[in-house]
Design a protein around this ligand. Sequence first.
Ligand code: DP6
Length: 399
Amino acid sequence: MSKYFQATASAPVNIACIKYWGKRDTKLILPTNSSLSVTLSQDHLRSTTTSRADPSFTEDTIWLNGKLDEIKPGGRLSTCIDAMRRAREEVEDADPKAEKFSQCKVHICSYNNFPTAAGLASSASGFAALVYSLAKLYQLPASPKDLSIIARQGSGSACRSLFGGFVAWREGTAPDGSDSFAEQVAPEIAWSDMHALICVVSDDKKGTSSTAGMQRTVETSTLFEQRKAVVPGRMRAITEAIHKRDFDQFAEITMKDSNSFHAVALDTDPPIFYLNDVSRAIIAIVTEYNRVSLDAGGKRKAAYTFDAGPNAVIYAPKENIKEIVEMIVEYFPQESFKDTFALFGKEDVRGRLVRGFNTGVAKRFEKGAVKTLIHTSVGDGPRVRGSEEGLLGENGLPK
Ligand code: DP6
């Protein structure tokens, strides 16, 4: 057994409030607009990755959720691995005392604790964990911002998972992508009672991938020009809302931008539908919940947002979550709450609506329409994991 080098790291999921949708450079993954997301807690959703360099390995190899995956030359995985290896070479060239293992092949094993391709941004947490674990393996001096530029070339939204809290991806203008990076707008502790309720509508593989869908939008949607014009103002306004912890503003912008993204998807030729009847019912229910509050002179209490799939993410201040769960359960009865993400311990959760709620805004669905509810909150950036959490066995294969 040769001496090997290894690191394990985990990275969070992020869900955008201002959506990234469209590339101006498909190879470097440079976006047509800036975007902003909330990083979700790794206590509930995360990708964990172990990277090992060993002189006895003969090929770079990667396993995703236990399955061998191909590292295509020039593809997204090899772009990230090559960039990290080059950074290690620079460290070795600059310091004659540095251990020389940049030329060793690597084995990488990555695992998501949630269903892949369910619209839960698995590529974001996955590429962030890959890049972060390689940065630890190679003991690089790189900052999260530097790493975000590399993760971006794996999957655009991945660059935002290098930070915790509230994160912006600046579109940049440089043709080489050097100014298209992620940065933190506010840390998680600045607004820690920002919670999220994920309504898992479908855990099937989605129809049109983000990558293919957004390119079709860029090429065919006329509404897309209008979207590009409104996003900069929204970026400024939501940043201000976050700094002021103004949930009402945050919610209004988040819902508008989700709707705008799904409108340009529909305006694509051929049209792309990510929302289904369940998604639309959730939009109607959250809208009515906010209407009741606004009509009583109050403020918005919840914000929905949808990525490239039918799952809803509902952002809300912690104090409203129980009410929101009861409202969702009223329309989408649950089989049980006894899964990994138990909401309120053993406390009984039953369907209930706030006073004045117009029940007619949606029909009551059968059990299973919303399969699971995942209650989580804003969380921190990538974490180094102990060797006991390593995913590779002594033989260099997945455990
Ligand atoms: C709807 O980051 O998955 O989730 O860069 O082609 O890998 P690629 O696309 P990806 O797109 C995510 C799109 C989105 C919006 C967002 O996360 O901002």
